[in-house]
Write a protein that binds this ligand. Structure first.
Ligand code: PLP
Ligand code: COI
Length: 340
């Protein structure tokens, strides 16, 4: 199979249309068999529930080319599980978990020519999503849905790749107490659009959101969870009912403990403690683990000792171990790597 003529090493995090995508429709209480199609467009009613009331959820996964040339994905069962939880919270039908994993494999296989070669630093980003498609005007859930999966080859989420970024403490919230912060609903990202534009306009790469109830505890950013490293090399991550349970974060905490022998803590993290940490990183499928060099808080700056030039030592080790597992150069825990 011949790869597409793409400058893999210089890809950013953007959309490149690939050849095939998967579509399955839910109608009269059941999912159809699903097909691969070349049509990258969607036609729907002007009154579709997704357009009027934002009934949409999604996932993000990557496919990797391993050092020995296999194409693999990373823990898709966890994305299937989270997608099912998102659907239930949004009054949408669950797409069966085995079919979710199978649809991902089908789409990656059909777009094999777009899976970046090993060593380029790029990956194939996979976007499963589901939305309410029939007309709805009174506020209520749809009764007809589409589940779709498309792929796009991507490079680093933040410009500069693994170079430390600067974030600011946001005055806007991305989630509400008892709201939908813990699921992957499009509405959470709609909430964050003004905040990210405002952050970028002011020269920051991302927003740090605090807990919406008390504004004293660290939650997450618009698209990633936080990991902190203490001065005595413990790995700490915030626990909160309104953050997304990141697959990457859960995997990195396991790697920290079982591969690197570090102490780990998942607990509430007060914003007041942040100035005492040695390293800070953002973790997610798109972000992998991106180092944070500086946090701006209303005129004050928190500068991590790891600086603005390179990642700190523990985040470097975490990143190397996780990407080694994903690219097949380090042995993976049972079930983490799923061949396409
Ligand atoms: N938090 C938010 C708000 C996200 O959008 C994402 C991205 O998926 C994450 C965290 C990281 O989750 P994961 O590691 O499962 O990609
Ligand atoms: C991911 O990491 O897969 C995400 O969904 C983050 C996204 C906002 C790009």
């Amino acid at each position: 199979m011949e790869k597409k003529n793409i400058d893999w090493s210089n890809l950013g995090f953007g959309y490149v249309q690939t050849d095939k995508r998967y579509v399955s429709t839910y109608k009269d209480g059941a999912w159809d068999d699903g097909v691969l199609t070349e049509d990258a467009t969607i036609t729907m009613s002007e009154c579709a529930c997704v357009l009027q009331y934002a009934q949409t959820i999604f996932e993000g996964i990557k496919a990797y080319t391993t050092a020995d040339g296999r194409i693999v994905t990373f823990r898709p069962d966890l994305n299937a599980e989270r997608f099912a939880n998102s659907a239930a919270r949004m009054e949408m039908p669950v797409f069966p978990k085995d079919r979710f994993v199978d649809s991902i494999k089908q789409v990656v296989k059909a777009n094999e020519a777009y899976v970046p070669p090993y060593g380029t630093g790029a990956t194939l980003y996979i976007r499963p999503y589901m939305f309410g498609i029939n007309p709805v005007i009174g506020v209520k859930p749809a009764t007809e849905f589409q589940y779709r999966v498309f792929t796009t080859p991507v490079g680093p989420y933040f410009k500069g790749g693994a170079k430390p970024i600067t974030i600011r403490v946001s005055d806007f919230d991305r989630a509400a107490p008892h709201g939908t912060g813990h699921i992957k609903a499009g509405l959470n990202y709609a909430m964050s659009l003004h905040a990210i534009v405002d952050a970028h306009n002011k020269g920051f790469d991302e927003n740090m959101y605090l807990d919406p109830q008390t504004r004293t505890k660290v939650e997450e950013t618009g698209g990633a969870n936080f990991l902190f490293v203490t001065k005595d090399n413990k790995v700490v991550t915030p626990k909160s009912p309104s953050i997304l349970p990141s697959v990457t974060r859960r995997s990195l905490m396991y790697v920290a403990q079982k591969y690197l022998g570090l102490e780990v803590e998942e607990r509430e993290v007060l914003f007041d403690e942040v100035k005492d940490f040695a390293e800070c990183g953002l973790c997610g499928t798109a972000a992998v683990i991106s180092p944070v060099g500086k946090i701006y808080d209303h005129g004050k700056e928190i500068c991590f000792p790891s600086g603005m030039e390179k990642m700190g030592p523990t985040i470097t080790k975490l990143r190397e171990t996780l990407t080694g597992i994903q690219m097949g150069t380090i042995e993976a825990p049972e079930g983490w790597i799923v061949e396409v």
